[in-house]
Design a protein around this ligand. Sequence first.
Ligand code: HEC
Length: 113
Amino acid sequence: MKALLAPLFALTIVGCATESSPQQTLVERGRTLASVNCSDCHAVGATGESPAPEAPAFRRLHEKYRVDTLQEALAEGISVGHPAMPQFMFTPADVDAMIAYLQSIQAGPPPVQ
Ligand code: HEC
């Protein structure tokens, strides 16, 4: 278990450390945005389960969505008709970063149902 948690912890630190760096890449910015805004409920990294069981892990979003089509949803404020999911509004630059990050973590092909 420790071996599993250590990389997760490291990821979190990297996310925070890059928050205000002008050098940060789009993906790093997206990761920071996701961990700040979404990680209370969603698993936002390459591993781990969502803290809220109903919230899909971000690396699995591609099983239900084309991740690049989430752009509009992010820009206009995601509303999934679920009271547990708050509405968010992102700037276009933040949307680009989120999409880049989400695309970077999608895990392999969808599992057989
Ligand atoms: C307070 C908890 C919470 C937070 C914070 C949260 N979500 Fe969610 N999210 C949920 C839940 C619960 C669902 C499942 C909703 C459902 O199935 O109706 C969900 C579903 C989703 C879905 C899938 C929508 C669907 O129709 O299945 C996306 C995409 C999503 N969230 C993106 C995000 C993003 C991006 C953020 C951060 C900006 C975020 N969420 C933050 C709780 C949250």
